[in-house]
Ligand binder design. Structure first.
Ligand code: PMM
Length: 266
């Protein structure tokens, strides 16, 4: 059995995501790209229909579902494990009904008051990310006394609400939300203190892939895949359960190296 974190391959079915917007808008191309990521080593495909980048145009639930549901249906029909990246209960429910295993909510239940109840009544695993507001306000809210302590406190608050709604603790994962109401120093400090988030007792996902704080290591987003793969391994060392990446192959190969280092036969 692999001791490496799960690799979530990112599939943004959007016209405007920061690094791959527009590339996978056509369902056929999206499915083809997902299959390629699985062949390269992705364990799960994380399908999103709304860009979260600063200033991105919001979409409504109908448009989001028009983008993601055909792709999710094709992937689950293919036996691919799917995660849906959505803040909306209606999209989450529709995706789980088509066989999605994970609901990845960047708002941790803060955007849609129905979300936590919807997930609780489904069989899905809920990934709750640290969030302080949508892309129109998040840059102004990147203010902390102590970013690790504050993120842990705010995530704990979310955990309490989620447990109050009745979700089994085994179906909850957490994510520190790199880049969401965080400046580069905040992101690095959270990564440096990742064990503190892991010690909260839930599986932790890390989403650093191609983000702007990696610009010193690669000017364009696609130039940041080596930096991303290094972070994947360092996150694994700190106890992360999953990484969410654009280039699944590079992270999977980095994990294979870690596995060899650990003396595992493959
Ligand atoms: N980042 C983005 C989108 N969804 N989900 C989780 N759980 N964690 C993240 O860090 C995260 C996410 C934004 O990145 P993208 O535009 O490349 O999808």
């Amino acid at each position: 059995m692999s001791r490496q974190p799960l690799v979530f391959g990112i599939l943004n079915v959007t016209p405007d995501s920061f690094s791959d917007g527009g590339l996978w808008e056509a369902p056929d191309r999206a499915v083809e790209h997902a299959r390629a990521m699985v062949a390269a080593g992705a364990d799960v495909i994380d399908v999103g229909g709304e860009s979260t980048r600063p200033g991105a145009a919001p979409v409504d639930a109908d448009e989001e579902q028009r983008r993601v549901l055909p792709v999710i249906r094709a992937l689950t029909d293919d036996g691919i494990v799917v995660s849906v990246d959505t803040m909306r209960a209606s999209t989450a429910t529709a995706a789980v009904n088509l066989g999605a295993t994970y609901v990845n909510d960047v708002s941790g239940g803060l955007f849609d008051p129905e979300m936590v109840t919807a997930v609780t009544h489904s069989p899905a695993v809920y990934i709750a990310m640290h969030w302080r507001g949508d892309s129109s306000v998040m840059e102004d809210r990147a203010v902390y006394d102590d970013v690790t302590r504050d993120v842990v406190a705010e995530l704990n608050e979310r955990v309490e609400r989620i447990m109050d709604a009745g979700l089994e603790p085994t179906r909850l994962w957490l994510d520190p939300g790199l880049g969401f109401a965080k400046n580069p120093d905040h992101n690095w400090e959270l990564l440096r203190n990742l064990e503190t988030i892991v010690e909260m007792g839930y599986p932790v996902m890390v989403g650093a892939s191609r983000k702007r704080f990696l610009a010193p290591f690669g000017e364009s987003p696609a130039d940041r895949d080596e930096a991303t793969a290094v972070i994947s391994v360092l996150a694994a060392e700190a106890g992360a359960a999953a990484v969410r990446v654009h280039d699944a192959g590079r992270t999977a190969r980095a994990f294979a190296v870690r596995s060899a280092w650990q003396g595992e036969t493959r």
